[in-house]
Ligand binder design. Structure first.
Ligand code: FMN
Length: 216
């Protein structure tokens, strides 16, 4: 693996910003987009359960409808790719079995060798107290994927705008998500910044390190 230097890392972090105006004429190449979709899939999640789906919205009419329920933020229609992040609304024993089966398929291990792992997941997420707040748990996993996606995009020189300024219930209606066992949590626009976006050059507003990082 090729390592970034610390200064390259910080350069990338400072280059990334929540893009307000995308250049609607610039499109992400299919090779880069394929890698970004793969980075969504490669996102880590608790137990590896991947309680999410990523809906890439290409249809311009659908994007217009989504913009109307996204505080009219133009990023929805001007970006190259628009991804809606969905979280599972429940975790059941069958979801745990699905992961166990996939692990057997990929790692070629006997299914029985995963019994302890399976029982642990079921005891925690299906039968344990966490089940009462399972959508909060899945949301946390989905936001990890969002963060991973934004950083991956920045490493490729692709701009993003994470978006919670949306009406998730209306998204679910427009995208026919109701009844699927998933629900919209947030979205992310990806593409290339417009030269007119003055936010690109604003200094970052962050608290100083001594306010945020402590050591013991
Ligand atoms: C989960 C999440 C939701 C956000 N929703 C929006 C949004 O709807 N519209 C927008 O323009 N920016 C949105 N932002 C961008 C933040 O305002 C921005 O990340 C923050 O002010 C820091 O600025 P920077 O990302 O440019 O460094 C969102 C950020 C996050 C992490």
């Amino acid at each position: 693996m090729k390592k970034l230097s610390p200064s390259e890392l910080l350069q990338t972090q400072n280059w990334r910003y929540a893009t307000k105006i995308f250049d609607a004429t610039k499109k992400i190449s299919s090779e880069e987009w394929k890698a970004l979709e793969e980075s969504l899939i490669l996102s880590p999640s608790s137990y590896g359960l991947q309680p999410w789906k990523f809906l890439v919205v290409n249809n311009p009419e659908v994007r217009q409808k989504l913009m109307a329920v996204s505080w009219n933020q133009k990023q929805v229609v001007d970006c190259s790719q628009f991804v809606v992040f969905l979280g599972k609304t429940d975790i059941q024993k069958s979801d745990v079995e699905h992961l166990v089966d996939r692990t057997v398929e990929i790692r070629h291990v006997p299914k029985e060798s995963l019994n302890v792992y399976r029982d642990m997941m079921v005891a925690d997420l299906v039968n344990g107290p966490r089940h009462a707040v399972i959508s909060a748990w899945t949301s946390r996993q989905v936001y990890i994927a969002l963060g991973n996606f934004m950083t991956s995009a920045a490493l490729l020189g692709v701009d993003t705008c994470p978006m919670e300024g949306i009406d998730p219930a209306k998204y679910d209606e427009i995208l026919n998500i109701k009844g699927t066992g998933y629900a919209t949590l947030c979205a992310c626009a990806a593409g290339y910044r417009s030269q007119e976006d003055k936010y690109a050059t604003l200094p970052k507003v962050r608290y100083p390190s001594n306010e945020l990082i402590s050591r013991v």
